[in-house]
Ligand binder design. Structure first.
Ligand code: HPA
Length: 310
């Protein structure tokens, strides 16, 4: 009995030692993530171009004019492969990593995008500020095709999309009251004035799973819930960026009236045509945006993990 007690104590001590030495054993997956992030940091230091800004773009936006590409980087993440290799370049003295979220040939559907790999890849590249661009259907009466809006709120009705980096181990509840970085939003409004490109200051985006478009009844219901526009990609992109303490901004282009509001059926051609029409405005908006001076980050995005774990 006594011998067994001593043996148990010794085994417990050995396990405790191992755990403190090896973070992978400490609290499961969450620590593994931290360890991998540290490895990533080492890798970054050992070579390759770093980027402090990221742009993740959807249908119709495949480049930023003036972005001088220095490197095309394939990143492998613990969550699998991002949608494409990141193109890293400079614009107005800023290092920017660019990624098409649907892949280079637009073959990845919204529900199949590996959002975790995409956002993790940006983090690996050193990105602190991520600007997302995507199309959406207008629901509220002021959201007509061609309108550009910087989202300020989100409703998530997607399902089955891995939407956290904290699946096992540590329990983390990130604050998501304001899903978009307030400082980046101010930066885009300043750019909007300078570039003379109108950007709506508010918009509640409801994120559906797709790939099908919505029914007319769904759009009516979403309107009652307070949604101004509907799209398929802002979630979980926004929350994953917050979990990695990356500042995140989502600019949407209204490409069509949402289902049932225009009295006709919707076509992807309509969406793509409007994106094409609007892409020049988006591009000049981004050019002026990157031309600004950015102060050191002081927003709450930088401390998202503080007081977030149980
Ligand atoms: N619904 C969902 N996603 C979209 C739409 C839409 O009407 N338009 C562009 N993306």
């Amino acid at each position: 009995m006594l011998i067994q007690y001593i043996m148990n104590a010794i085994i417990t001590l050995i396990i405790w030692e191992l755990r403190t030495e090896n973070p992978e054993l400490k609290i499961g997956k969450e620590s593994r993530i931290v360890a991998q992030r540290q490895q990533g940091r080492k890798r970054r230091l050992s070579g390759g171009v770093m980027a402090h800004f990221g742009v993740i773009a959807g249908s119709g936006l495949y480049d930023i004019p003036g972005l001088m590409i220095k490197e095309t980087r394939t990143v492998h993440t613990p969550y699998g492969n991002p949608s494409a290799a990141y193109r890293i370049g400079t614009l107005s003295g800023k290092d920017i990593a660019f990624l098409p979220r649907h892949g280079i040939d637009h073959t990845i559907q919204p529900h199949n995008i590996n959002y975790r790999a995409n956002v993790w890849g940006f983090k690996e590249l050193g990105v602190q500020r991520l600007i997302a661009v995507g199309a959406s259907g207008g629901i509220s009466s002021d959201m007509n095709p061609g309108k550009i809006a910087a989202l300020d709120q989100l409703i998530d009705v997607t399902h089955g999309r891995p939407s956290t980096f904290y699946e096992e181990g540590k329990v983390v509840h990130i604050d998501f009251t304001e899903p978009f970085c307030p400082d980046l939003r101010e930066n885009i409004f300043r750019a909007s004035e300078k570039a003379a490109v109108d950007v709506a200051r508010r918009g509640t985006y409801i994120c559906t799973n797709g790939p099908r478009l919505e029914t007319a009844a769904e759009i009516k219901a979403f309107s009652l819930l307070g949604a101004d526009m509907v799209g398929m990609t802002a979630m979980p992109e926004a929350v994953l960026a917050r979990e990695l303490e990356i500042c995140f901004l989502f600019i949407t282009i209204i490409t069509n009236y949402a289902a049932g509001l225009a009295g006709s059926t919707l076509t992807t051609k309509e969406v793509l045509n409007e994106m094409e029409r609007s892409s020049a405005r988006i591009k000049s908006l981004l050019q002026v945006f990157f031309d600004q001076q950015f102060a050191e980050r002081r927003c709450l995005c930088t401390q998202a993990l503080q007081d977030a774990s149980m």
